[in-house]
Design a protein. Structure first.
Length: 246
């Protein structure tokens, strides 16, 4: 399940480049701001301790998620796969990275995150941590993560093949962090995948609500597309990142 919340902030940015600087994001896309991101201990899908500070010097697209989401998260991952393709084609993979962090640390242990990456074809970093660490991440980025009862009959865990025991209502969207470690943009919009096909492994994770989100993304309110997100990332990185070509 997903919900949207109001994000607050403000700020300006300029990029130094021989090329014209990409345009500042429209307020209709999200919130432009300038906040230093705290150092919060996490662990990646390989079990290696790390923090967001490990990505200093790079522009980071940070996304809250959980591997057992059956509505919006698979669609978000579908958009991120296309964004990663665009980043690679633009030749900025060493300067722009995608990072997802789980809001469900009780179930999303490193091994599960690694299995999710392999299942979906995601090549980027996934983070998890203690509940206290995840709570700190959620608090800073204004992410709501509320445990709720599982449906009846319960859905089945794609990894363990056992019935699920709870779900989590959570904030959608993504955040963009600049190379100095400052959050520069935030949105709680839901992903719109209308311009590309959702890969079969991700499509199979969707429940009835997920299918509805796929076919009518605006049902959750504001949405974001890959071209819109790439324009935001390009603004922070100081380089245009075109949508990928087939």
């Amino acid at each position: 399940m997903t919900v949207s919340i109001l994000l607050l902030g403000g700020g300006l940015m300029s990029a130094c480049s021989s090329e014209p600087a990409p345009a500042k994001p429209s307020p209709s896309l999200g919130v432009v701001q300038d906040r230093a991101v705290p150092i919060i201990p996490m662990v990646d899908q390989h079990g290696t301790p790390t923090t967001l500070a490990a990505f200093r010097g790079k522009t980071v697209v940070l996304v809250p998620m959980l591997t057992l989401c059956q509505e919006t998260c698979p669609l978000t991952t579908a958009n991120l796969l296309v964004m990663q393709q665009a980043i690679n084609q633009a030749g900025v993979a060493r300067k722009v990275v995608i990072v997802e962090y789980s809001i469900d640390p009780g179930r999303d242990i490193p091994a599960r995150l690694n299995a999710y990456a392999k299942l979906t074809g995601a090549s980027w970093t996934f983070l998890t941590g203690t509940q206290a660490a995840v709570n700190a991440m959620n608090a800073f980025f204004y992410v709501l993560a509320q445990k709720v009862a599982e449906g009846d009959p319960p859905d089945i865990d794609w990894w363990t093949h056992q019935p699920l025991t709870y779900d989590i209502n959570h904030t959608d969207g993504y955040f963009v962090i600049d190379p100095s470690g400052h959050e520069r943009f935030a949105t709680s919009a839901a992903p719109d995948v209308a311009n590309h096909t959702v890969p079969k492994p991700l499509h199979q994770l969707l429940d009835d609500q997920g299918e509805q989100d796929l076919n009518d993304p605006a049902i959750n309110g504001q949405t974001w597309t890959v071209p819109q997100a790439l324009s935001v990332v390009g603004w922070v990185a100081g380089k245009d990142i075109p949508s990928p070509t087939s």
